[in-house]
Design a binder for this molecule. Structure first.
Ligand code: F6R
Length: 607
């Protein structure tokens, strides 16, 4: 994820900015930059790749100035090249941004019509020109930001400095965290306490919708309605300087909220959004040379693979076997040399998954892996590695790693389809376009949080829950059940909706909520029939569907979560979010240890 730092001080800030950016490296990044204000004039230095490149650049061309902003960029819109690195500048200001501006295309069109020239492919540049346009219309900086913020849709944390205006730094937060740091005669903004650690331990986290005017002497905070507000300043505990939850209650909550940005970043690695194609150079692997895919994984990673199976088979016409790694490793399955063995693992260290990999290797198969930790054993022992680029996942219950695994598999399914000649250029573009919509829709889905929290108050009272789904919603139903049981300790099972009448229907009465995952796709009506079977037996239904699905459900539900409209292909990526939030808030109501549930470990390196 991108990282932000801003400093208003009485000393040169460039070295301080770079030092803070180093502390944000853990979030992952692919370019970095800083801008300062020196004698009223804005200047910036940016560099692709590691921070050492920026440092070398600064050695050649130092950047004096007592006010500045800095950024580590984790590409979402536009390639990870210097041109797209932050800060973005106009003649009036420099801005750094973390998050996604959903309406950047409309803003860009409107700004271009007014003569503003765009130099990059980023959504952030629209913010720079938008505030500039307000200033060109005669507003001073603070009023210009105030006028621009309501025009921005999406999730963002921003820090802005202004040409000719010494001692002023403005920040804003809607979604990604932004903290104010209080120093001795200097003030800071940062993505988290870690960024600010060498500067101060007195931190105040902005709330959603807040924006702040920062000067050397202090900060004035406004809420989304522009009322001046006070937010608590806290002394940060030393462990928060390691990996921080920001102002989220749990890492799991933070990681759920990171998903729009994380998915956007992963997509940017696998897709070229400017041409609407899948990047074919991400690994040396030709899917036209294999006739079968064998995927093994454990837990959540297994359910991700189970969804991937639908995509590879339907889109790329590639047959897929999926296995729970602990079963696969002892099954002594005959494998053909034309099978690609693929392993999905967040940690890359799971003992059963690794043992399965080694078995396939001993059979002479080519090995591919989808991992988060690219230095892990599974990655090292693979012929082709597909990183999910989710950043560190701290919550034991996997959330962002799951949707990033799905993102990679969806992209690879399109890649395989193209290589195998089963889709043409137009079909590839259509699928890539659908995938590119995921971060924007994910932001909308996160807004259902309050509603989902209310449902969970009731869920926290029950002993058993059933999850039903068809197609890709079936593995998602199993993932939903796993999430709920591991963090709330409520017994839950996920079933293929069509299996209900073959046994589980005997369980149905009014004490067991049934969560039905049913986007209005081609299987919707079949799922509705199963839902009616539940309703007829007094079962209480929580339906997750879209507006059309909710309208056509024809049963009384205990609650309905109405999702945005979306293409059938991308539904598992987005329906995963309410499923995660249902588990999360239920666990919060039950008061369990959400981030470290009993008996579980993040990485299972034993059998
Ligand atoms: C559940 C969860 C686990 C892991 C499983 C595999 O939320 O996180 O089920 O998915 O232990 O771990 P990795 O992906 O590291 O191989």
């Amino acid at each position: 994820m991108c990282g932000i730092i801003g400093i208003v001080a009485g000393r040169d800030v460039a070295p301080l900015l770079v030092d803070s950016l180093k502390r944000l490296e853990y979030r992952g990044y692919d370019s970095a930059g800083i801008a300062t204000l020196d004698g009223g004039a804005l200047a910036r230095r940016r560099a692709e790749g590691k921070l050492v490149n920026l440092e070398n650049h600064l050695k050649d061309q130092p950047l004096p100035g007592v006010v500045g902003i800095g950024h580590t960029r984790w590409a979402t819109h536009g390639k990870p090249v210097e041109r797209n690195a932050h800060p973005h500048m106009t003649k009036r200001l420099a801005v750094v941004h973390n998050g996604i501006i959903e309406n950047f295309a409309e803003l860009r069109t409107s700004l271009q019509a007014d003569g503003y020239v765009f130099e990059t492919e980023t959504d952030t540049e629209a913010v720079a020109h938008l505030v500039t346009r307000e200033m060109d219309r005669g507003l001073p900086p603070i009023d210009a930001v105030k006028a621009a913020l309501p025009q921005l849709q999406g999730a963002f944390a921003l820090a802005i400095i202004f040409e000719g205006v010494e001692g002023l730094l403005i920040g804003a937060r809607q979604g990604p965290p932004l903290a104010i740091g209080y120093g001795d005669g200097e003030m800071y903004l940062g993505s988290d306490a870690i960024a600010l650690a060498p500067l101060t331990d007195m931190i105040c986290y902005l709330e959603d919708g807040d924006w702040v005017v920062v000067r050397k002497s202090g900060a004035t905070i406004y809420d989304a309605q522009n009322n001046e507000v006070k937010r608590a300043v806290q002394k940060v505990q030393s462990q928060e300087f390691l990996v921080s939850k920001g102002n989220h209650r749990h890492f799991m909550e933070k990681e759920i909220h990171e998903q729009p940005e994380v998915i956007g970043h992963t997509l940017a690695h696998y897709l070229d959004l400017s041409t609407g194609t899948v990047r074919q150079d991400v690994a040396e692997l030709d899917f036209s040379k294999i006739d079968r895919l064998s995927m093994s994984a454990c837990g959540t990673a297994y359910y991700a693979a189970a969804i991937g199976k639908y995509w590879f088979e339907q889109i790329a016409r590639l047959p897929v076997d999926i296995d729970i790694a602990s079963e696969f490793r002892y099954r002594e399955m005959p494998l053909s040399k034309d099978t690609l063995a693929m392993f999905v693992s967040q940690s890359g260290e799971t003992a059963d998954t690794l043992a399965s990999l080694r078995y396939c290797k001993s059979q002479g198969l080519k090995i591919a892996s989808i991992v988060n930790v690219t230095t892990s054993t599974i990655a090292r022992e693979s012929d082709a590695v597909f990183p999910i680029l989710a950043g560190p996942e701290i919550g034991v219950a996997s959330t962002k790693a799951f949707t990033s695994q799905l993102t990679v598999m969806a992209s690879l399914a399109v890649m395989a389809a193209k290589q195998r000649g089963v889709i043409d250029d137009a079909q590839e573009r259509a699928l890539v376009k659908q995938l590119s919509e995921v971060p924007r829709i994910a932001n909308q889905v996160l807004k259902l949080e309050g509603e989902i929290e209310k449902i969970c108050r009731e869920l926290a009272q029950v002993k058993h829950v059933l999850y039903l789904g068809r197609g890709t919603s079936f593995p998602l139903a199993m993932e939903g059940a796993l999430k709920l049981k591991e963090i709330s300790y409520i017994h839950a099972e996920g079933y293929a909706a069509g299996e209900l009448k073959h046994g589980p229907i005997a369980l149905i009465d009014d004490s067991i909520p049934v969560i039905v995952i049913a986007p209005s796709d081609r299987l919707y009506e079949k799922t509705v029939s199963n839902m009616q079977e539940v309703a007829a037996r007094g079962g209480r239904i929580i339906l997750i569907s879209d507006e059309e699905g909710a309208k056509n459900a024809s049963v009384d539900t205990m609650a309905t979560i109405v999702m945005p409209e979306m293409a059938e292909f991308i539904t598992p990526l987005l329906y995963a979010l309410p499923v995660q939030m249902l588990a999360y808030y239920t666990a919060v109501f039950m008061g369990t240890d959400v981030d470290q549930p009993r008996n579980l470990a993040k990485s299972v390196t034993v059998e």
